[in-house]
Design a protein around this ligand. Structure first.
Ligand SMILES: NC(=O)c1ccc[n+]([C@@H]2O[C@H](COP(=O)([O-])OP(=O)(O)OC[C@H]3O[C@@H](n4cnc5c(N)ncnc54)[C@H](OP(=O)(O)O)[C@@H]3O)[C@@H](O)[C@H]2O)c1
Length: 254
């Protein structure tokens, strides 16, 4: 009897672009993909931080290149990605937050969040996609969304708007590019300890709210999210598109 074989979780021979890879979840995603065998290109604005990560990846025997890029600069995005592509995998991860009550939110805060989390993510994906389609090898686009793309949260009207938008883009794009064997999904973390959440996680009242909602009773660490990126990037997820992988410790379970 011939037994079915699990498709590979390995990523040898694949080229991956990870935005927001200088720290936090993007740094974790870049390491996860490199450790799974992919050649990784790490994008962010902080050249020194990117170089330090690439040096550490090289020391560990992985293939990594830095791409200094402000993802909100659409011309630079188009130029840099076209020069470095084609890519088989995109981790569209760069993101910001301006938490606060709606009554205090300024137009500048609103624009900053929407500009990076939605507009930049849209045009990064567009640049990667054009070459991905032309290369004809299929591919996997993974948008870092959030549990806040599925539920509301305290002080998060703008952030939730941006992540619900990413969920909509993901589903519509999955419909559009399925015929090219390009899969489009989101990874939706709960609160993960990174520089982005440092201020929120320093507030005992907020921490009490967060740990009461996470059924596993603890704040996430970067390592908790790494496997989700590898899975969705790999052949093990070859029939998964237009959906969300919630890494939320049970927050949205009820
Ligand atoms: N941490 C959480 O609890 C959590 C939960 C759910 C979802 N998320 C999402 O996960 C993603 C990463 O969050 P994180 O917690 O890792 O944040 P972080 O620690 O603040 O890191 C953000 C990353 O995005 C990059 N970035 C920000 N603006 C950029 C720009 N204009 N151009 C290029 N790169 C830019 C930063 O690099 P430079 O500053 O060097 O440019 C950095 O590498 C975001 O999309 C966030 O919304 C986070």
């Amino acid at each position: 009897m011939q037994l079915p074989q699990t498709p590979s979780f390995r990523l040898e021979g694949r080229r991956a672009l990870i935005t927001g890879a200088s720290r936090g979840i993007g740094l974790g995603a870049a390491c996860a993909l490199a450790q799974a065998g992919a050649q990784v290109v790490l994008a962010a604005r902080s050249a020194d931080e990117l170089e330090a990560v690439c040096d550490a990846l090289h020391l560990a025997g992985h293939q990594a290149t830095a791409m200094t890029l402000d993802v909100s600069d659409t011309d630079a995005v188009q130029k840099s990605i076209t020069a470095a592509g084609p890519f088989d995998i995109l981790i569209n991860n760069a993101g910001v937050n301006r938490p606060g009550p709606m009554v205090d939110m300024s137009p500048a805060d609103f624009d900053t969040v929407m500009n990076v989390n939605v507009r930049a993510a849209y045009f990064v994906a567009q640049s990667v996609l054009r070459q991905m389609i032309e290369a004809g090898r299929g591919g996997s686009i993974i948008n870092t969304s959030s549990q806040m793309g599925h539920v509301g949260g305290i002080d998060r009207t703008v952030y939730c708007a941006s992540k619900f938008a990413i969920e909509g883009i993901t589903r519509s794009l999955a419909i559009e590019v399925g015929e090219h064997n390009i899969r489009v999904n989101t990874v939706c973390p709960t609160f993960i300890a990174t520089p982005l959440t440092e201020k929120t996680l320093a507030d005992p009242e907020r921490v009490a709210w967060i740990t009461s909602k996470i059924k596993l009773g603890r704040i996430g660490q970067i390592e908790d999210v790494m496997g989700a990126f590898v899975f969705l990037a790999s052949d093990a997820a070859s029939l998964i598109t237009g959906t969300s992988l919630l890494v939320d410790g049970g927050w949205t379970a009820g």
